[in-house]
Write a protein that binds this ligand. Structure first.
Ligand code: F0G
Length: 409
């Protein structure tokens, strides 16, 4: 049976899968989906998943639903999909040299339908919303979740409403949300204030699609299935991911648990989460736990030019911490200047990404310089957003912002 389970160590309450809950009503902790063990064995699953790449059926062309044995089950016609997933893993030589490593691949999640990894979780979240008969879906967002929700809500034929921190969202992402017909609510303050505003609404009125929704995590975890498949079901030594609200890191940790439990891989990669130094509550927690293993996350007022991860109170920190601890990984932070240099290095490989994504390369360089990662280690780093997601940042970085252009004329 597939069901919802509270992650609270002292609670562990369970609920029917389709109960629309964003937190445990008993203890307030987050919930996770516990997926029933697939009927087929590991080698049958691997064969089936790879054979689906030759099919043209909608649920097979999706790089998320291709792995549906590892997901909550739905009838194919209920699935809201736009062929998300199945994105390339690309080798990047100049970026590797920049970081001082020899075996570096980027898994480019920015090459998803709306240009970001959020689509992987939105297809599962929106499918559950449709299954429940939701009429209005909503999220708080630094921009990418908003664009993704807007697109998938349009596909599902429901109202999409997005709560954005006023003046803190890239215009490109705002333009996407407008283009896809979402209702925009601007909130004074940060992403954390926008999320608090949303979560205070009566849940009967809207279905929440932030990553506190356990169905979002289910879709996002599948990119780890895909990475392992592409590598012949052999884990790299390190898997590097940016950390904001920590939904993505949480989903990777969950994927590794399942892949190991179901005999699909023999060992997991070490999960490395990289935050921006001005929005680093998780990295601070990691450092504090060296002295005090019971320390809990302390929210802070975030500030970084990588606006996608300008988050001070990440909700999924306990889940993400499990992923890092269980794999022997690390949490680190990098400055905005280090992010800028890393982004330019990725660009010189002909690969665009947004600033938040470049934290991965900046973090890898930092770990290499501290000799915490060997130069010949196999590393897969996640690029979470497309290069065109934040063009103002790029133009400014190269002195070609609107100011610069005007001066040039
Ligand atoms: N990279 C990009 C491009 C993002 O948009 C986000 C989060 C992250 C990394 C961090 O992922 O939150 O799962 O740790 N963006 C959210 C949004 C918060 O609203 O679009 P996370």
């Amino acid at each position: 049976m597939t069901y919802l389970h509270c992650i609270g160590a002292a609670c562990g309450a369970t609920f029917d899968l389709h109960t629309p809950l964003m937190a445990c009503p008993k203890c307030g902790e987050l919930l996770e989906v516990i997926v029933d063990r697939p009927k087929a064995d590991a080698s049958e699953l691997k064969r089936e998943w790879s054979e689906r790449r030759r099919s043209f059926a909608a649920v097979d062309t999706s790089g998320v639903w291709r792995f549906r044995e590892a997901l909550p089950q739905y009838a194919a016609e209920h699935v809201v999909t736009m062929r998300e997933g199945n994105v390339p893993m690309v080798r990047a030589q100049r970026a590797a040299e920049f970081a001082g490593v020899t075996h570096l691949h980027f898994k480019h999640l920015g090459w998803n339908p709306t240009g970001c990894f959020k689509d992987l979780g939105m297809t599962t979240g929106m499918t559950e919303a449709r299954y429940l008969g939701a009429k209005v879906v909503a999220c708080a967002s630094t921009g990418n979740t908003a664009a993704s929700l807007a697109a998938y809500a349009a596909r599902a034929g429901v109202v999409g409403r997005v709560y954005l921190p006023a003046g803190q969202v890239s215009m490109n992402k705002l333009a996407q949300a407008l283009d896809f017909g979402a209702e925009i609510v601007e909130v004074q303050g940060s992403f954390d204030d926008a999320l608090n505003t949303l979560l205070a609404l009566p849940p009967e009125e809207v279905y929440f699609l932030n990553s506190v929704n356990p169905f979002r995590i289910e879709g996002q975890k599948t990119c780890m299935y895909e990475v392992m498949e592409e590598r012949g079901w052999r884990a790299p030594e390190y898997l590097v991911v940016p950390g904001g609200n920590l939904g993505n890191s949480a989903s990777f940790g969950k994927a590794f648990d399942e892949l190991l439990r179901w005999g699909l891989i023999e060992r997991a990669p070490k999960l490395i989460v990289v935050q921006a130094a001005g929005a680093n509550p998780f990295a601070r927690l990691w450092r504090e736990r060296e002295k005090n293993p019971d320390a809990v996350l302390k929210p802070l007022e975030p500030e970084t030019r990588a606006t996608a991860i300008r988050i001070g109170n990440p909700r999924s920190w306990r889940k993400a911490l499990h992923g890092v601890e269980s794999t022997g990984g690390m949490v680190i932070d990098v400055t905005d200047d280090e992010i800028g240099e890393a982004k330019a290095a990725i660009g010189r490989d002909g690969i665009g990404c947004e600033p938040a994504s470049a934290t991965t390369l900046a973090g890898l360089k930092k770990l290499r310089e501290a000799d915490l990662v060997d130069s010949d280690a196999e590393v897969v780093a996640m690029l979470t957003g497309h290069g065109l997601k934040d063009t103002a940042y790029i133009l400014e970085q190269h002195g070609a912002g609107s100011q610069g252009q005007q001066e040039g004329h």
